[in-house]
Ligand binder design. Structure first.
Ligand SMILES: [Zn+2]
Length: 174
């Protein structure tokens, strides 16, 4: 008769020790990042009107994660937020001359994940588009974009942004 046993405390300790030892001996293969702090100078428009405080999101938005080379050396820029209520504050129009960027707008509607249940304005190269479906938006290097306005939020939207720039930078700084 075989009995499935969960590892005992000593086995876990042994595994942990093995992991730690291998981690010390070889270059780390992964870094698990839970950072929500913005590096200095990133998204300072969020602190507009209150320059004494660091960049802070309105209550309708919750920063979930932020990573770039300043947080995890060797990584590139990626961040994500939840948008839970309408927010007219716009991300100023800007561009990144040397790197493409991908913006993602992801539904939380588990019955129809393609339906954003929201209306979000995004201006790309001077043209405003209202996003209502789950999508990724690929923005080539040098193309102006921004003017984000979360006009209607019926269900929370998971918003993500990523770019292969080691540190988030934009022209003008945003
Ligand atoms: Zn951008």
């Amino acid at each position: 008769m075989s009995v499935t046993q969960s590892p005992g405390a000593s086995e876990l300790a042994e595994y942990r020790q093995e992991f730690l030892m291998s981690d010390q001996q070889v270059k780390s293969k992964a870094t698990f990042c839970t950072n929500i702090q913005l590096p200095p100078g990133v998204h300072e428009f969020e602190a507009e009107g209150n320059k004494s405080k660091p960049a802070e999101m309105p209550p309708s938005m919750k920063r979930l994660i932020y990573m770039d080379d300043r947080v995890v050396p060797g990584s590139f820029y990626v961040e994500a937020v939840w948008v839970t209520a309408p927010e007219p504050t716009v991300h100023p129009v800007h561009r990144h001359d040397d790197h493409d960027e991908i913006l993602g707008f992801v539904s939380s509607n588990t019955d129809d994940p393609t339906d954003l249940n929201a209306e979000i304005d995004l201006v790309v190269d001077g043209v405003k588009t209202t996003i209502t479906k789950t999508c990724f938006v690929h923005i080539p290097a040098g193309v102006e974009h921004g003017g984000l306005c979360f006009r209607k939020i019926d269900k929370p939207v998971f918003q993500i942004a990523m770019s292969r720039q080691s540190r988030f930078e934009s022209i003008p700084p945003t």
